[in-house]
Design a protein around this ligand. Structure first.
Ligand code: ATP
Length: 484
């Protein structure tokens, strides 16, 4: 598996992801997507939209603003409780999440074969998280376990404190306490406050869902894992409104669909798993995460949560507006229950890159060399095809440009006429381009071209006029290469 360093450097070198404002030294946990990254992100976003909105006649989309009325965040509970427990190392002055230090300790005990001790600590950890105030019990566990700071290697800790993750800003010209607003820490609330508008305007009846993709902001305490944990990131969320009592069916159905989506994107099944929440939010009646085995361990990519009627009830209470649903068939009025699916777009990108990265030795004898390949699903690869004239003369560039122009009607295409063809292939392998089309001497004679496939490196000779259709069919029929 690629380590994180390899992915970070590949991302920067080839233009997937750059650190934000790097010429000024960067900004912690903020990243910008380059030409290849933005394309990958756009394709993932569209694939999600296709799977959630287009594929379901009872799921509608919206696009709510990042700024919302501040009372939204009081009603949602974020002002009072959207915080992480943090602890500082007095020696290195570095800050850690107390819960993550304990999770790492559990993982370490498991890895060392001390399963009984790991299980005991896990039980104590769950108790601590469920305590009215988790800060004391979490601190006690860190001290009792003798957990040392990963930076300084000593255990000189401050007490555990809660740290609210919401970014604050001001609205309007006069700065005062009354003008304080927040950058949304999740997209979901924009959906809850429009539940009735969407039901009415889109003429939806229960069960139905509302989907949204957009930016969210969290002032994360610890942000050292590239685009896994950012302070500004993108979420793809769907809230599904159901009749109370039927939420478990919806929860099971959406859990299955969401796992299937990741698998259909070509993610290796052995690197995906379900993880049950240690601590259910007080309003949730079920919650689980889809975790991926990142280079730094198993971590959440997506959460599926059954949130009862908590959000709509709270917004009804705080706004004084009834957020109920009237069932014309049974003539009943009720507040729907909600099942949500919430996946991070940036975490999905990191997962796709980590999963697609592959290094292998190719060639024979003294032609042996290493190649780096990103084995993306062709529907997600930044470029679907690259077009090469073998040489920059004899009319080959003209023929190549004609094929390129035809492909561009449908796909993002890279044109390259510089250097040896082998080198051009390697460059495309490294960024995950699934098909390379080469125009050579034979093209001028019989109108055929070669199409070279990224994973198998096999070449097909086909008629130049059939290239676009050929690529389209291949993209549709693609299956991931066999596991190593
Ligand atoms: P974690 O425990 O890792 O902080 P979370 O449980 O707070 O995540 P949710 O609030 O359930 O995450 O958010 C839903 C999804 O949004 C997550 O599964 C993740 O993919 C994404 N996400 C959350 N926080 C971040 C972040 N700081 N950077 C990138 N993606 C994030």
């Amino acid at each position: 598996m690629a380590d994180l360093e390899t992915l970070v450097s590949l991302s920067k070198r080839r233009g997937f992801v750059f650190p934000s404002s790097e010429i000024y030294g960067g900004l912690g946990a903020v990243y910008d997507y380059g030409p290849l990254g933005v394309e990958l992100k756009r394709k993932v976003r569209e694939r999600w939209w296709q799977a959630m909105v287009y594929a379901h006649d009872n799921v509608e989309g919206i696009d709510a603003a990042i700024l919302m009325h501040p009372t939204v965040w009081k009603a949602s509970g974020h002002v009072d409780a959207f915080s992480d427990p943090m602890i500082d190392d007095r020696v290195s002055k570095k800050r850690y999440r107390a819960d993550q230090l304990i999770e790492n300790q559990i993982a370490k005990l498991e890895k060392d074969g001390k399963t009984d001790r790991a299980a005991a600590l896990h039980a104590q950890f769950v108790d601590a998280l469920n305590a009215e105030d988790a800060t004391g019990p979490l601190y006690d566990l860190i001290i009792a376990q003798g957990i040392k700071s990963p930076d300084s290697g000593v255990a000189d800790w401050t007490p555990v404190r809660q740290f609210n993750l919401m970014f604050e800003t001001r609205i309007g010209a006069i700065a005062g306490e009354d003008d304080k607003i927040y950058l949304r820490p999740e997209t979901a609330q924009g959906i809850f406050v429009h539940f009735k508008d969407v039901a009415e305007t889109a003429r939806q009846s229960i069960p139905f869902g509302i989907a949204q993709v957009g930016k969210a902001f969290r002032n994360e305490v610890v942000a050292r894992q590239f685009v896994f944990r950012m302070r500004e990131f993108e979420q793809m969320e769907m809230q599904y409104f159901v009749r109370p009592g039927t939420q478990m069916e919806a929860y099971a159905e959406w859990s299955e669909k969401r796992m299937a989506w990741h698998l259909a994107n070509g993610i290796r099944p052995e690197r995906l798993r379900w993880h049950q929440h240690e601590k259910l939010a007080h309003y949730a009646d079920a919650a689980q995460d889809i975790q991926y085995q990142f280079p730094f361990g198993w971590n959440e990519v997506e959460g599926i949560h059954s949130r009862t009627d908590f959000d709509l009830s709270r917004h009804s209470e705080f706004s004084g507006k009834k957020l109920e649903y009237f069932d014309p068939q049974t003539q009943e009025r009720f507040i729907p229950f909600v099942v949500e699916t919430s996946v991070g777009l940036d975490r999905t990108i990191l997962m796709l890159m980590a999963d697609a990265y592959h290094q292998e030795e190719v060639g024979e004898g003294d032609k042996k060399e290493m190649r780096d390949v990103l084995r993306f699903h062709p529907a997600l690869a930044p470029y679907t095809a690259a077009v090469f004239p073998l040489v920059k003369k004899d009319g080959m560039p003209e023929r190549a440009h004609a094929i390129e122009a035809d492909l561009r009607k449908q796909f993002n295409v890279f044109y390259d006429e510089k250097g040896a063809v082998g080198r051009r292939y390697r460059r495309q392998d490294e960024i995950g381009t699934p098909y390379c089309i080469t125009i050579d001497g034979q093209t001028l004679e019989d109108g055929t071209v070669t199409v070279r496939e990224r994973d198998s490196m096999a070449q097909d000779r086909i008629d130049a006029s059939a290239v676009r259709r050929y690529v389209e069919d291949k993209v549709d029929a693609w299956t991931p290469p066999a596991a190593e």
